[in-house]
Design a binder for this molecule. Sequence first.
Ligand code: SF4
Ligand code: SF4
Length: 488
Amino acid sequence: MMEVPEKIGPPPSSAVKDIDWQDFRDHLSTADQEGRRMWLYPKQPKGRFTNVRRWLSYLLIAVMFAGPFIHINGNPLLMMNVVERKFSILGQMFWPQDGAILAFGLLLFLTGIAVFTAAFGRLWCGWTCPQTVMMEMVFRRIEYAIEGDALAQRSLTKAPWNTRKLMKKLAKHGIFFALSFIIGNTLLAYIIGDEQLLRLVTDNPRHHLRGLGFMVLFTGVFYAIFARFREQACTFICPYGRLQSVLLDENSIVVAYDHKRGEQRGKLHRAVTPAQRRVAGLGDCIDCRQCVAVCPTGIDIRDGTQMECVHCTACIDACDAVMDKVGRPRGLIRYASLNGIERGKKLRITPRLVVYSVILLALGGSLAALLLTRSDVDATLLRSPGALFQQSQDGKISNLYQLKLVNKTSRAVQAELRLESPEGKLTAFGSTLIPAQQLLQAPVLVELDPAQLASGRSALVVGVYADGRRVSRLQTGFIGPRNDAATR
Ligand code: SF4
Ligand code: SF4
């Protein structure tokens, strides 16, 4: 007669949806009863998903660190200079004048995330998020190399302080701090640009106190995240994980435990054959908890989709290795949707996905139109604040304006201003040669014959030409005397 373990785990598959028998949603997997943090020692994952993720992370890390130093058309691959409000995306420079493009770009990005998450869950978190990539593929691996795997780390923590422990901890935290410094500087380069960063580190520090302050701040923040906060950055700080509950549905592909196949879970007994397990109503899960042991957020994926899950696939690899050992097919934990597991349905295009996609297409189309019609030179012409009109001895009326020209290209552009309506004289003071990616400001004087003017305020049209081509048509007002005053 088959020996059935006394404790064979939770009730069958229905329990995954009806979870009253578990309290895992009421408390954090990383906090004890008193709410104190429990430090996690995840076992080093091994397997095909981990291998692919590792190679992908090498590529991403290379791009991440090289990003600010790669230039296209003389501009950084990516730069978010919020201080000077200059943004470079794929070598294209954007200015505050491109606010509509940036707003559409941001909306497109957010909608893209919503669509992607609705269809494929948190693929971003597990595979490409810089936090996960750096934590799991760099910092965690350094920790494994210095302190050993989970068991060794636990015993090192419990061990009394001695030279060996001190050296290991110093080596680990020294490397963590150095890496955080590099990451902090890279982030700074993304914000202020590589040339400014170079000036920051080579120039007299007294001239760059603010920049150096940010360098120290970023280093400290990254050190705290990777050495202390770790999974808390994903569960407490990052808002994306919290959006899961509204973005995911039963058709979303997530890292999921196949409860229909796995339950009822029960320990493996040498004397019990797979056939006997099935007869006894046991599923494929042998309750070895290897999936929990490797989880960097400390959760049990068998409890169902949880906010803490960053879809790192470590539990898939761990369970596949167990299935290989017990001679059962892989995929007890796998990428699947709830509908796929419960009803065997493939990925379905849901109405929600269609709506998101239509919005995504509309935003993409608008952004493409804005990008295609974006001019190389942006111009604004405003009357000088507080200045009134002037009347010269020959009776001409003049107004003073402030001209702003932004050259968005990586070469100097010669601009020219022509008064297009009404007839008159326009004089720009100073050079109108706009240096590459610079803002040029110049006073402009417009003189008109009073006969051209309507009473009080008249419309003025100025054409801005760059390299002989009109790039902008500016409309502004021209203040003159009231007709009765002009003729007096
Ligand atoms: S690793 Fe697989 S078999 Fe082991 S407890 Fe997790 S789901 Fe069950
Ligand atoms: S449950 Fe699995 S996929 Fe989710 S975080 Fe844990 S190990 Fe990664």
